[in-house]
Ligand binder design. Sequence first.
Ligand code: C2E
Ligand code: CA
Ligand code: CA
Ligand code: CA
Length: 277
Amino acid sequence: VKEIGKNDFQFYTPEMNEMVSKKMQLEIGLRKALERKEFEVYYQPQIDVNSGRVIGVEALIRWEHPKLGFISPVEFIPIAEETGLIIPIGEWVLKEACRQNKEWQNQGFPAMRMAVNISSRQFKQSNLIAIVSKALEESGLEPHYLELELTESIIQDSKYAIMTMHQLKQMGIYLSIDDFGTGYSSLSYLKLFPIDSLKIDQSFTRNMFEDDKDAALVHTIISMAHNLDLKVIAEGVETEAQLAFLSQRQCNEAQGYLFSRPLPAHAISELIKHPYT
Ligand code: C2E
Ligand code: CA
Ligand code: CA
Ligand code: CA
């Protein structure tokens, strides 16, 4: 066995090398993924708790890497943000989602909202308003059928954020705060931001029955939202018991595997023909 001398530092273990190269592989792949048409948008229904009807869908990007197969957005979205690739990718999702929503309307389905995730880097882009306007114009989708899901991280630059949100609001777009309660930010922004709804993060919904404190938080977020004249949607709803809990506390909307996983557009068409009641 060869001994490693005192000064032979091993900076990279084989595992680390593998990690570095997977990340690099993803980055290289991401640069080509758009032109190679490797992305697809899936849609997950959002249900009105009272009527059981689908009132919206959230657009969630999917990527099939030619060698590595399906890569979770949890893995590649942060790389896209780091590299700035989120800008063209995000614009593509926005356009595709608006186009798809208008297509469903043209096919005669009841009109619903299309929620699109906007990363904070995308939100801070100076031409965001122009990009959103273009997506609406090109698709012919009316602005109130578009929802932008923003995260609390945009608050870092609150003056700019408030201005941009007011512009989007004036256009008639529906705005929500995603992953609400996980951003370690003060609540005071809620009175400054012209938002329509809060999305309760799935970490709270998931543990509602294991942890009384999560249940209390869910209840409190719903009450607070209503007191502020905001709608509330709970994400990560997987069981009837969770839905009953949310319904009793007047949560407006719910989204989760209980209703449907995110699905490709053609499968959503089938689903909205037969609403859950
Ligand atoms: P998110 O915006 O919080 O989206 C919700 C995630 O929870 C989705 O994961 C969805 O598939 C998953 N989910 C929905 N219902 C349930 C449930 O009942 N149980 C469980 N365990 N999970 C559920 P997904 O599609 O893997 O996306 C992960 C994250 O990636 C998203 O979290 C979002 O932050 C980001 N992301 C996805 N698509 C886009 C996009 O087009 N643009 C940007 N900027 N980010 C995106
Ligand atoms: Ca979201
Ligand atoms: Ca979320
Ligand atoms: Ca999340």
